[in-house]
Design a protein. Structure first.
Ligand SMILES: [Zn+2]
Length: 255
């Protein structure tokens, strides 16, 4: 179970790292509600929280959060003593606003400073789920838990992925249609070339090459034989001589 939880945590953390540029050291904003729950469940934030954030996290709070928690009075005094220990990140509010509003102001507009937020405030968590790229931590009883990335984050990540591939996505479609058109034309050629390739089988080719090769040889021999025949015709000059001899009396007869 613990291993499964770790795997889930790692996967969720990886999501924010891969899609929203989160990396160590993480910056985690904790609010009074989280400190209150931690105190109730005897969770030491400084010891327990780094364990789920790769042991590399800056735990922060804001003056607004500290002021709000202090204002809550004795019920949250313990939480106040805890939260005020963390580094007070300047939120830019000259007049303190409520903690939830302060947190929202710090992560709005795409959470450029890459804050994670630790809160038990259900309403704030619901609001943060509508803002892409905000890792939300809470205590599940005494177990620090990283919320599953909300849809708004997964959708944004998907869109970014599409944007990244976007240019080539359009190009891909163009290429795809081009390919289709080209393949429509070239496919038979390809098939033909495949046949040629098959025909190029050295055995059959050799046969084919061998077949025409003897032909000129035959022609040559035929030519030679013809020449020989011609020679024979010359040789047949004996016959001619004989004929001539035979003819010579007739030729010589009158002379
Ligand atoms: Zn503030």
């Amino acid at each position: 179970m613990k291993i499964q939880r770790q795997k889930k945590l790692k996967k969720r953390l990886e999501f924010f790292k891969n899609n929203f540029g989160f990396n160590t050291p993480y910056s985690l904003i904790v609010d009074g509600t989280f400190c209150f729950a931690a105190l109730s469940h005897k969770v030491n934030i400084r010891e327990q929280i780094p364990k789920i954030l790769e042991d590399n996290v800056k735990i922060l709070t804001t003056p607004c959060i500290v002021t709000e928690t202090e204002k809550m009075g004795p019920a949250l005094y313990g939480a106040f003593t805890i939260v005020k220990q963390f580094a007070h990140h300047q939120c830019g509010h000259d007049v303190a606003v409520n903690g939830a509003k302060c947190v929202r102001s710090m992560v709005k507009g795409g959470n450029k400073s890459k804050y994670a937020v630790a809160t038990q405030d259900q309403a704030l968590r619901a609001q943060l789920r509508t803002m892409p790229g905000v890792p939300i931590l809470y205590l599940h009883n005494s177990a620090p838990t990283l919320e599953k990335p909300p849809e708004v984050s997964t959708e944004r990540a998907g869109r970014r992925e599409a944007d990244r591939v976007g240019l080539s996505e359009d190009q891909r479609q163009t290429i795809a249609s081009l390919k289709r058109r080209l393949l429509g034309e070239t496919e038979p050629t390809l098939r033909r070339s495949r046949k040629t390739a098959k025909g190029a089988n050295p055995l059959s080719r050799r046969r084919k090459q061998a077949a025409p090769a003897p032909e000129p040889a035959e022609e040559a021999t035929a030519g030679r034989s013809r020449r020989r025949r011609r020679v024979r015709v010359h040789v047949a000059a004996h016959v001619k001589e004989e004929l001539a001899r035979r003819r010579s009396p007739t030729v010589g007869g009158p002379t």
